[in-house]
Design a protein around this ligand. Sequence first.
Ligand SMILES: *Cc1c(COP(=O)(O)O)cnc(C)c1O
Length: 427
Amino acid sequence: MTSEELFARSQKVAPGGVHSPVRAFQSVGGHPLFFEKAKGAYLTSVEGHTYIDFCQSFGPNILGHRDDEVQAAVMEVIDKAWSFGTCEPYSLELAEWMTSEVPFLEKLRFVSSGTEAVMSALRVARAATGKDKILKFDGCYHGHVDSLLVKAGSGLAGEASSDSAGVSEATAHQTLVTPLDDEASYLKVLDENKDQIAAVILEPLPANFGLLIQRKVFLETVVSEARKRGILVIFDEVISGFRMALGGMAELLDLQPDLVTYGKVIGGGFPVGGYGGRSDLMNLVAPAGRVYQAGTLSANPVGMVAGLTTLKKLKSSGAHKILESRAERLAKELNQCFMTLSAPIRMTTYGSLFWIHPVSETPIRRVDQIPKNHGENFKNFFSQCLKEGLYLAPSGYEVGFVSLAHTDEILDEALLKFKEAAKRSFG
Ligand SMILES: *Cc1c(COP(=O)(O)O)cnc(C)c1O
């Protein structure tokens, strides 16, 4: 069966034929490809074609697909058990390892997704402060938590309205929204909602609506002004945690949140999330405290072992520097090619993440700075890349991921393909 045939069947049994929206290729056109195998930097489609994968499951596979060490560890634990619903040593080992690497992570709780981690952290923040409102930034994504599926409203500063059908206006009104990169608007919302805000939540490296790299002083202001007012700070490091550095963006920025959320790489490709931070806050969580949060498959041993093996390998191989230099090389060579062709796009990187974005004289730090025609420009380039055998996340607003499996040789191969795709799109 071809991808096209499989997609037709899928559309009968799943909404839009998929189990997560961006997989449907709606913003790039055509039908999505179905893949049945993956190894390292490569994906193999049901048609038997191979692609160099720069999506890597949207981040979890930082070592590449099916890393040998992770696979061996997973096979070993599967021979013992794959779910206990009891106490077991595997989550203890991962929790001890993570808390010893991240200074402000005193205690944590494992869950099964980034969304769950965020939802639980918000509950803790509300319980700790006795306040209801949460402040978020336009352009930061925090999973499909009801109260965070909101957009800026048209009325008062910070007022939010629901951004998804099925989210009640009452829920949306518990959230305040303010733009990134804008100290004045942030302070205004804080002042106008005095003594009502439980927490400010942000991606310290917003990477789900393009890659909106923030000024360090802006992030410092966000944290310090919240602190002054007794508002908790939650760093959503689901994408950046352990990826940018073992201590995530918090380490790179030298900022300490009160609570942090994790996901993606901490499960090494299996469904694992986690939230944690100050122990006085985490001690509010049941059974230590009165914030209820539970999960049948939480701390699943397969995910725990895959996560620990992945994180240890990141550390022992000095992966962060290697990943960064590979991503930088990719961007440098590709941008030269884009410039020669007068292409309307460029690639920007941060650590192992890259974003293909519209040409812009100043860095793009906010959603409203992304020109509306970006989707169209990206669509064309995406299709040419796919023809050449490069798999990018199928949307101009998603970032790309360089993994440890993208060796220099594979990058050479990828660059040839990227350049060919650029010529066809913009030559
Ligand atoms: C991916 C992501 C989430 C959601 O995680 P899921 O595992 O998809 O629920 C939340 N926050 C950020 C910053 C993310 O990148």
